[in-house]
Design a protein. Structure first.
Length: 285
């Protein structure tokens, strides 16, 4: 066989192998990393609190890794589930989600939720999704704040409506928040960081970006799907990194951006495996 033919055959096999992996393997391997998260000012009774971060599940008729999503949610050991939006796949899936959520063999409770841009797509049955969540005992924070009784204490949680589509009102969400309390914030997209000036927030959990969903060698993420601050799109970021992007002081704010659990547009993932992170809050002086 001529050298050129050998090279072409090798490249063909490599392309087919990568495509198979991206379509049939990586989307179904949902990682469940546990992060010991240092939290200055955390109340003593909340030390060790486990928060499962569920985001971007994209339930719909055509979604392929639904069973993997269900298994991961069932396996999560948590004191609180934080759901940060994009429950739908495409423009539909509302009824599918409404039937899926109570049918997974145990709704993840206690839980809090916010909406994502998937719920604001044209013709998306947003209110059906919100009603399904609330009907399962999951409050949906839409530019609001609440105190969650957990582990014998109270956790202050602020939640905003989808920032990516311009529905977040951070000022309204923090209006009733106590600035002297340790605060967790839920937002679908890290776009909300640009409205955090003057707000007390210790930990923000986001999704939306899918970690790029497809990350190519050298080139990196194919798409980050952010309107601003494209340097912040996956994993952990501290005050220094955040301030370099937003241009103002953020205090002790740290943000974690999950790669999410489902897929969007094309049902593939490459070098950006789906995840359901567990954050274990640790009180530090």
């Amino acid at each position: 066989m001529a050298p050129l033919t050998v090279i072409l055959v090798f490249l063909l096999v490599a392309v087919v192998g990568v495509a198979y992996y991206a379509i049939r393997i990586e989307p179904f391997r949902i990682l469940m990393p546990e992060y010991e998260t240092p939290c200055p000012g955390l109340p003593e009774e909340l030390d060790g609190l486990r928060i499962a971060h569920v985001t971007d599940i994209h339930i719909g008729v055509t979604q392929g890794n639904r069973k993997a999503v269900e298994r991961a949610i069932k396996a999560a050991r948590a004191d609180l589930f934080a759901l940060t939006g994009d429950y739908l796949y495409g423009h539909g899936g509302g009824e599918e989600f409404a039937h899926w959520l109570p049918g997974i063999g145990g709704v993840p409770l206690p839980a809090l939720a916010v909406t994502g841009n998937g719920e604001y797509k044209r013709f998306a049955p947003r209110e059906l999704v919100v009603e399904a969540l609330r009907g399962c005992g999951i409050p949906v924070l839409r530019n609001d704040c609440t105190l969650v009784p957990v582990r014998g204490g109270e956790l202050q949680v602020v939640g905003v409506d989808d920032p990516h589509t311009g529905h977040a009102d951070v000022d309204a969400a923090f209006a009733a928040a106590d600035p002297d309390r340790w605060t967790l914030m839920l937002a679908h997209s890290p776009d909300a960081l640009f409205d955090m000036e003057g707000k007390r927030c210790d930990l923000m959990l986001c999704g939306h970006t899918h970690g790029g969903q497809v990350k190519l060698p050298i080139l990196g993420a194919v798409s980050r799907h952010l309107r601003r601050g494209r340097a912040i799109y996956s994993g952990w970021y501290g005050p220094t990194e955040i301030e370099a992007v937003v241009g103002f002081a953020v205090g002790g704010l740290r943000v974690f951006i999950s790669r999410g659990m489902g897929t969007a547009r094309l049902a593939i993932r490459y070098n950006a495996p789906p995840e359901l992170p567990i954050h274990i809050l640790r009180r530090v002086a």
